[in-house]
Design a protein around this ligand. Structure first.
Ligand SMILES: Nc1ncnc2c1ncn2[C@@H]1O[C@H](COP(=O)(O)OP(=O)(O)OP(=O)(O)O)[C@@H](O)[C@H]1O
Ligand SMILES: [Mg+2]
Length: 394
């Protein structure tokens, strides 16, 4: 037998891999600091995000409505954090929050195929929406913990099982998911992290559901409902399989975003995903747990338009899905790869890893996709839909 196949050898690889991850994690932390630094925004960008002029912000700082901003020893402003920007939004009454009567948006980024960009979209969408000033919660429903990793955690080192969805799935007497909701270094953005233990929930739930505890598929929906009042948007990042957790995600969601890379293999599995989706929706409905979606969109991801086959498939997808396919294509970008190698998103990079041009292009695709999702979400909120219509967005 090859020595590398023994249980001890594999366990050894596992522990050494964790060490590597722990050292990669430190790349995302600025020198001299122990934790991830919250991103900072220039005065121009701040003014744009707050919806007031730079002059109005400076005025409010002078007359004491806003605190004086920190300066470097040379007198330059350090830039504003998201927390400071959100404070300005409160002072100027420009917060974009939903009205209490508007339904919370629960967006599942779902495709049963692995590696299509679900976690990449979930984390970038969550951070984009937080930058816009929404109250966001990202729930990592995948035992691989990819979204958790993008917030700088090594799931199996930094997260305990009772800090994930796991206890909530296990204990019927728990009524709130609040115990698992943690702050992040992004103001207004909260995370329910995952680690490997969540994989146990998958088969424990399956066994219990087989013993006729069918309403367990409603457990995640109950968890989401228990924290919904605190948020505008909740994003669910599911595992790449049709299991009990993915079913629970479908049941908990009220909007669905399906990432599809324009390759034949991914298109084939998306076709099976659609078949499973309508069967699953039917099965859940029969169990008295209907899936109720306010919108569903596909999004082309990891696209390389240099490849003629991909261009052709994109055209076919556009014909087939029509307006159900987002206008923006999320192209394959070295910046996304480079950011994730630092356990970060592109929104956190303080400077381009490749070139300014590649970085800007990548931000354009990301912002395009995220802005389309933002508009779809706002259209589900009566208080916002009216504003969008009168602003001529529709
Ligand atoms: N547009 C993109 N450009 C470059 N790399 C990308 C892009 N989208 C995703 N990736 C990379 O592809 C890999 C898989 O992406 P991701 O983890 O988001 O997929 P996933 O669908 O969540 O996977 P899983 O099914 O395992 O949960 C990651 O390394 C990610 O950095
Ligand atoms: Mg993932």
């Amino acid at each position: 037998m090859d020595a590398a196949t023994s249980t001890e050898a594999i366990a050894g690889f596992y522990t050494r891999s964790l060490d590597i991850l722990a050292s990669l994690r430190t790349r995302g932390v600025a020198e001299g600091e122990t934790e991830r630094r919250a991103p900072r925004f220039s005065i121009t960008r701040t003014a744009e995000l707050v919806g007031r002029t730079a002059a109005a912000i400076r005025e409010a700082e002078k007359d004491g409505r806003l605190p004086q901003v920190e300066r470097t020893t040379s007198g330059r402003r350090v830039g504003y954090t998201l927390a400071e920007i959100n404070q300005m939004r409160a002072v100027f009454a420009t917060r974009p929050w939903r009205a209490p009567a508007d339904p919370v948006a629960v967006i599942a980024v779902q495709n049963f195929k692995g590696g299509v960009g679900k976690s990449t979209i979930s984390t970038h969408l969550a951070q984009y929406l937080a930058i816009q000033g929404y109250r966001v919660c990202l729930i990592d429903c995948d035992s691989q913990g990819s979204s958790t990793t993008m917030f700088g955690y090594v799931p199996d080192l930094d997260i305990a099982e009772d800090e994930t969805l796991y206890p909530f799935f296990r204990n019927a007497e728990m009524t709130s998911l609040a115990y698992a909701v943690r702050e992040t270094h992004w103001d207004g953005l909260y995370l329910v992290p995952a680690n490997l233990k969540l994989y146990s929930a998958e088969y424990e739930l399956a066994a219990r559901i087989a013993r006729a505890e069918r309403t367990l598929l409603n457990r995640l929906a109950e968890g989401v409902a228990s924290i919904a009042d605190h948020f505008d948007i909740i994003i669910l990042d599911p595992p790449p399989a049709l299991g009990t957790i993915s079913l629970s995600v479908m049941r908990a969601a009220n909007a669905l975003l399906v990432p599809i890379p324009p390759t034949v293999v991914d298109f084939t599995s998306t076709t099976s995903f659609l078949a499973m989706l309508y069967e699953t929706m039917g099965a859940l409905e029969e169990r008295g747990l209907p899936v109720d979606l306010r919108w569903m969109r596909m999004v082309a991801t990891r696209a390389d338009e240099q490849k003629s086959m991909q261009r052709e498939l994109l055209g076919l997808m556009r014909n087939l899905f029509g307006t159900t396919l987002l206008r923006t294509v999320l192209k394959d970008s070295a910046e996304i790869d480079n950011a994730s190698a630092r356990l970060m998103t592109v929104y956190e990079l303080e400077q381009p890893v490749t070139s300014r041009e590649t970085y800007q292009r990548c931000l354009t695709y990301l912002n395009g996709v995220n802005a389309e999702v933002e508009t779809l979400t706002r259209l589900t909120w009566p208080s916002h839909a009216e504003r969008l219509r009168s602003a001529g967005v529709l």
